[in-house]
Design a protein around this ligand. Structure first.
Ligand SMILES: Cc1cc2nc3c(=O)[nH]c(=O)nc-3n(C[C@H](O)[C@H](O)[C@H](O)COP(=O)(O)OP(=O)(O)OC[C@H]3O[C@@H](n4cnc5c(N)ncnc54)[C@H](O)[C@@H]3O)c2cc1C
Length: 504
């Protein structure tokens, strides 16, 4: 067996799905040495998720990926458990961006590759052992490759290997929650002509049909109360044809199946996203019904949270304790998303007994605060991490942006408006300082100039500072500190970015 033990500061990402590729790019932006191991020799052609929500599109803008995304269709109409709702949210990226997952994967693969990530296809991870040691610990990964078995050493491994994660099994990481008890059958079929159905619920069943570009129709079907089957592969076309006939009376047998799939309502999450030097992101960390495209978006946002932190730890800029904030922040977000998906599953796959709840919800979410609340949650715009500290200098309370994402407007910089997304593009943090702030506060930008971009902004109570003299923004766009006290600012910068380089 050939062993490559030469580098121990590298990060191995297992899985080149969208989450692994986005993470690889983020790690490269942070300066880490990245190898992505993917068992498939070519990217999957399965259509899978087709929705990017507003917060994910914002993150793509922050990394300069909007041009590659092009101008995909945007759909303001969404649903909660099949109850129609308007997903319009404030900001430039409202609505559901309809991008096939295959395209998202291509964009991220090109981006991560251009940044220098080493993506190795045909490498299937089979074994993993952690070796202790706070300074010199490492993880050894064994993979089957086209050239035989190979071993690689890494400082850290991130499992982005999907819902049936091998790394989860190898580390014994425990999933909590409920396994699938119900399932939907799904097929993309060419050559059929059935009416479009958007969550058509009848007494005993649910049927969905949507004609897609290219003349293929996606159908999904579920008979209420029918338990999930133990499967080792996708359903046969005959099973889908039979189920569809029973619930709609229509015959699909003359069509040509392009893709067959069954998915269940499992709702499970790892108890810990970090197991020593092994971390989990995306579907490897949480299993959920793909409802409203939230699974993919949740995973991509895991990657945005983890990438800069792990790069800083792997490159030795900050102690490994920072990685625990990844678990704390993303586990809480995941728990909330899984709870809303569970609520949606009950509403969607429940029998006639859920009709009164659906009717009531439909009334509540036509407009007003209940709609706004759900739209902000589904699009990921309401995420607020517990970053600590930061009393507002004027209000004496927490700054309104503390822990939340900095909205992607423009900053009133002295040389003219500066787009927030552009200021974050290189994956560094951002220190916004009022032009009238104390010199000590402005000086911090110079002390940490290798990790922070400093922007002087015009003192403007209506601007992003909201009356504070300084704002510290992490590379994932979340505000980590706001205030006026230079000592508090320095403590926050040390916490999130490490000690300053004595050479600066
Ligand atoms: C069949 C299917 C259908 C879906 N349909 C929808 C949908 O209609 N709508 C929706 O919103 N969401 C859907 N989802 C969910 C969505 O696709 C996922 O949330 C998203 O793909 C998660 O991305 P990921 O990178 O975490 O995992 P994945 O995209 O699953 O990527 C994991 C990668 O890891 C690789 N891998 C696995 N094991 C190993 C190993 N041992 N060694 C090396 N590589 C390995 C896999 O080949 C894969 O490329 C679907 C998911 C699946 C699996």
């Amino acid at each position: 067996m050939a062993a490559d033990t030469s580098r121990t500061s590298r990060v191995v990402v297992v899985g080149a799905g969208p989450v692994g590729l986005f993470l690889a790019g983020e790690l490269r932006l942070g300066g880490a040495d990245v190898v992505v191991l993917e068992r498939l020799r070519a990217p999957t052609a399965e259509s899978r998720a087709s929705t990017l929500h507003a917060r994910t599109v914002e993150l793509f803008d922050c990394r300069g990926l909007l041009d590659a995304l092009g101008d995909p269709p945007r759909e303001p109409r969404g649903h909660f458990g099949g109850v129609p709702m308007d997903l319009t949210v404030p900001g430039p990226y409202s609505g559901q961006w309809k991008v096939p997952q295959t395209r998202t994967g291509e964009i991220l693969q090109d981006w991560a590759g251009a940044l220098g990530a080493d993506v190795r296809r045909g490498w299937e991870v089979r074994g993993l052992t952690q070796h202790d040691g706070p300074e010199d610990g490492y993880v050894e990964v064994t993979a089957d490759t086209p050239d035989g078995t190979r071993r690689l050493r890494a400082a850290y491994v991130v499992a982005c290997d999907g819902e049936d994660s091998t790394v989860r099994r190898l580390t014994g990481a425990a999933l909590a929650g409920t396994p699938a008890v119900r399932e939907l059958l799904r097929a993309d079929i060419a050559g059929i002509d059935v009416p479009n159905r958007r969550f058509e619920r009848k007494e005993h069943r649910l049927a969905i049909a949507a004609r897609m570009p290219g003349g293929v129709t996606r159908v999904m079907v579920h008979a209420f109360g029918r338990p999930a089957r133990r499967r080792t592969g996708p359903p046969d076309f005959a099973e889908v044809v039979d189920a569809w006939r029973r619930v709609t009376g229509e015959d699909l047998s003359g069509g040509r199946p392009v893709w067959l799939n069954a998915f269940g309502d499992a709702n499970q999450q790892l108890e810990r996203y970090r197991h020593g030097r092994v971390l989990f992101a995306g579907d490897a960390a949480h299993r959920q019904m793909p409802s409203g495209g939230q699974a993919l978006n949740l995973g991509l946002q895991d990657a945005a949270n983890l990438g800069w932190k792990l790069a800083a730890v792997a490159c030795g800029r900050i102690p490994a304790g920072l990685l625990d904030t990844y678990h704390d922040e993303r586990h809480e977000v995941g728990r909330r998303v899984l709870a809303n998906i569970r609520a949606q599953t009950l509403l969607l796959l429940g029998g006639p007994e859920v009709e009164p709840a659906r009717t009531l919800l439909g009334e509540l979410i036509t407009a007003g605060p209940a709609r706004d609340h759900l739209a902000a949650m589904i699009t990921g715009l309401d995420i607020r991490y517990r970053v600590g500290g930061g009393a507002h200098p004027l209000l004496g309370a927490a700054h309104p942006l503390l822990g939340a994402r900095l909205p992607l407007g423009t900053l009133p910089a002295p040389d003219g408006p500066l787009r927030v997304a552009e200021a974050l593009r290189d994956g560094r943090g951002l220190l916004l300082v009022s032009a009238s702030a104390r010199a000590e506060l402005r000086w911090l930008g110079k002390v940490w100039s290798d990790r922070l971009t400093s922007v002087a902004v015009r003192p403007d109570t209506a601007g992003p500072l909201h009356g504070a003299e300084g704002l510290l923004v992490r590379p994932d766009g979340h505000v980590a500190w706001a205030g006026a006290d230079p000592r508090a600012a320095a403590a926050a910068i040390r916490h999130w970015f490490g000690r300053p380089d004595p050479g600066l």
